[in-house]
Design a protein around this ligand. Sequence first.
Ligand SMILES: *Cc1c(COP(=O)(O)O)cnc(C)c1O
Length: 420
Amino acid sequence: MPAAYESSLEYAQAQDQIDTLFPFRERFLFPQHRGEDVRYFCGNSLGLQPKSVEYLMNKELRDWARHGVEGHFRAGYPWFSYHHFFSERLAKLVGANKEEVVAMNALTVNLHLLMISFYRPSGKRYKILMEAGAFPSDQYAVESQVRMHGYDPEDAIIEITPQAGAHTIEDADIINGIKEAGDSVALVVIGGVNYYTGQFFDLEGITRAAHSVGAYCGFDLAHAVGNIPMNLHDWNTDFACWCSYKYLNSGPGGVGGVFVHERHGNDPKVPRLAGWWGNEESTRFKMQKGFVPQRGAASWQMSNAPVFNMVAHNAALDIFEKAGIDNLRQKSIHLTGYMEYLLQQITHLPFEIITPSEPSRRGCQLSMLFAEKGKEVFDALTQNGIVADWREPNVIRIAPVPLYNTYEDCYRLYEVLLGC
Ligand SMILES: *Cc1c(COP(=O)(O)O)cnc(C)c1O
């Protein structure tokens, strides 16, 4: 049914009234602007702090004070098994079995660790295929991996670009690119949602294409996790990694997460860098020689869990659990559709929305590409208590996040744009 949106404050407020997820915003702390909560459209960059973090952090500090080393087993959430507390909730977010996911390290580190396992070039199969315009950290990671194996990035990295005049990449072009490169491809790495355009790729189709040429396929889900429900297990994805400080609201530098499909995770022959935390748990503290990987993605862990960092993750994932990712997605589609509709009513500013308009090809981010005046408009938003995100050279990204953004937020943003 086409959404009959209206560009009025009354309409926006009425939508907020009937939004069953509206109360979830009460669980977050908002930065202040002239004594009021800002309208925060930057959850794709750094999510807001759940109010529960402070309490839980203090509780963890008390457990450390009270138990010292015994906290490994006696803390409210025993540190020895801390990573287990996330498995079930993370698995739901990405569509995996519990054993296929683990919270550990940080995103780029995890991308490297997974490429060590899944980028194993040999003979004429040595290339990595990725999307052009990937997040720089991913580009650096891929380039350096290729060099580590003695290849030249110019030759060994295939980038799929948008067609002439387009801003986003056709899924079919990625799939055809994979098929054309055939058995020269060792690995396909794609950012699930492109950070700049907000485009969500056909991850299932890309995985299938990669496998059809005998390549592995992995995704960086930094902008997809907590934004769009996924089915990594059923899609047969080999591996994925993500960060938790964007849509997952787990704080700056928050612990990352990985997915390794069970057919690899439970196969001890798949090479992985080892550390004691990835060892079989029953013998972890026996301090014996000879690494015995535990089952699943958890065997990619190396170091003991960064517990204080993970406290915020725990608090934030509880909120997702209560709200439900499918409910969030449903609201998100409608809310982002509303924001898009309002932006389409603006005719006096020189911008176009470069994010795909089909809900199935995007999450909650909209990227506005300005021919000129972009920075001026961005500054006006800031001065009016609206937190958006500026990307050089001329893009404003806005993310109406279903957990804490309102229809009124969208309307207020629109009002400021009208006045620009
Ligand atoms: C945010 C983001 C990163 C950041 O990497 P960190 O290792 O967490 O600093 C990397 N890749 C993508 C695609 C991102 O969106």
